[in-house]
Design a protein around this ligand. Structure first.
Ligand SMILES: NC(=O)C1=CN([C@@H]2O[C@H](COP(=O)(O)OP(=O)(O)OC[C@H]3O[C@@H](n4cnc5c(N)ncnc54)[C@H](OP(=O)(O)O)[C@@H]3O)[C@@H](O)[C@H]2O)C=CC1
Ligand SMILES: O=C(O)[C@@H]1CCC=N1
Length: 286
């Protein structure tokens, strides 16, 4: 365990789904704080909590509405809000009277800091973050923005937590919907591409396991080249593309299908959806 601003801190994870598990796995594997200082709760799925407890040795509480839930809420330094956007208001109503000035770190897509501040009151310090599931392997691309009441100490605590899980970029809150469409959803775009490449490889006669090995190493190698050479993607693409060769023939098919425009539409639509989800919820609580 490193000496950090997280020393002695307790985190309560409100929500135990996909992103909560990715963060729990990253925080425990990254040795950010003792596993028992991470307390996890959800709405009703006790089997899921017990499974997380067994696998990560975290603490669990069955419900925030019972006695052990009240204790966990009162002693939490940081509450990570990791439920679906449409469950956020209810989750906050349930904890409002029981918290004692924690940092609230929300990963809920689209939900404005102001909405959380207005439900919880008391000038609560709200940090909004948009990680991705690569938290599980300490490779998340996370962006963060700070609510109006956040102090410098709070920013340090939030960044200490999030930087264990990968890179952290501080952005203005109004850019978080774009971040959500880009890097929050982003892993799924690459997985979709891998699915498509696998399908193509198999239809060309490659054995499934050979195709998988080749695709994964190609993806990993391309990412590492981008990171380690510092070269632009255009230049790296040029190095692969022999005049009138195979790459040029393949890329031309992408160009004929307006691939770049398609990707722009994908990311724009995902960003818009983040904004819509936030607006739907914020309008219901006004
Ligand atoms: N999945 C991803 O890649 C990412 C997701 N996010 C954001 O994280 C949030 C969670 O997403 P994800 O993990 O995919 O969702 P999941 O559906 O996998 O998990 C949602 C969790 O929230 C719990 N929950 C619902 N209501 C309450 C409540 N009132 N109190 C406590 N817990 C509650 C559910 O419990 P139960 O099962 O008992 O109902 C469940 O454990 C979303 O807001 C999403 O926008 C952000 C970045 C990436
Ligand atoms: O699909 C979603 O809504 C969430 C937000 C970012 C990734 N998953």
């Amino acid at each position: 365990m490193r000496e950090t601003v997280l020393q002695g801190k307790k985190i309560l994870m409100l929500g135990a789904g996909a992103i909560a598990e990715a963060m729990i796995r990253g925080l425990t594997e990254g040795d950010a704080l003792p596993a028992e200082h991470i307390v996890v709760t959800n709405r009703s799925n006790l089997d899921r909590l017990q499974d997380l407890q067994v696998r990560y040795e975290v603490s669990i509480v069955k419900s925030v509405t019972d006695e052990s839930g009240a204790e966990a809420l009162a002693s939490a330094d940081v509450i990570i809000l990791a439920c679906k956007p449409h469950d956020v208001a209810q989750a906050l109503e349930q904890i409002r009277e029981k918290i004692s000035n924690p940092i609230v770190l929300s990963v809920a897509a689209g939900i404005p800091a102001e909405m959380i501040e207005s439900i919880l009151g008391n000038n609560v310090q709200v940090v909004r973050a948009m990680p991705n599931t690569a938290c599980a392997v300490l490779e998340s691309a996370t962006a963060v923005s700070y609510g109006q009441y956040c102090t410098e100490d709070t920013k340090q605590v939030a960044e200490a937590i999030l930087s264990v899980l990968g890179t952290v970029s501080v952005v203005e809150e109004k850019l978080l919907d774009a971040v959500t469409g880009l890097s929050g959803s982003g892993p799924a775009y690459f997985y979709y591409m891998v699915e498509a490449m696998q399908q193509a490889a198999e239809s060309l006669g490659l054995p499934a396991d050979t195709a998988r090995t080749l695709i994964l190493q190609t993806l990993f190698g391309a990412g590492k080249m981008l990171q380690e050479t510092g070269l632009d993607p255009q230049e790296l693409r040029r190095q692969v593309t022999s005049p009138n060769g195979t790459t040029m023939a393949g890329i031309r098919v992408f160009q004929e299908a307006n691939f770049k425009e398609l990707v722009e539409r994908v990311i724009t639509r995902a960003a818009e959806r983040s904004r819509e989800m936030g607006e739907e919820q914020a309008s219901m609580t006004r």
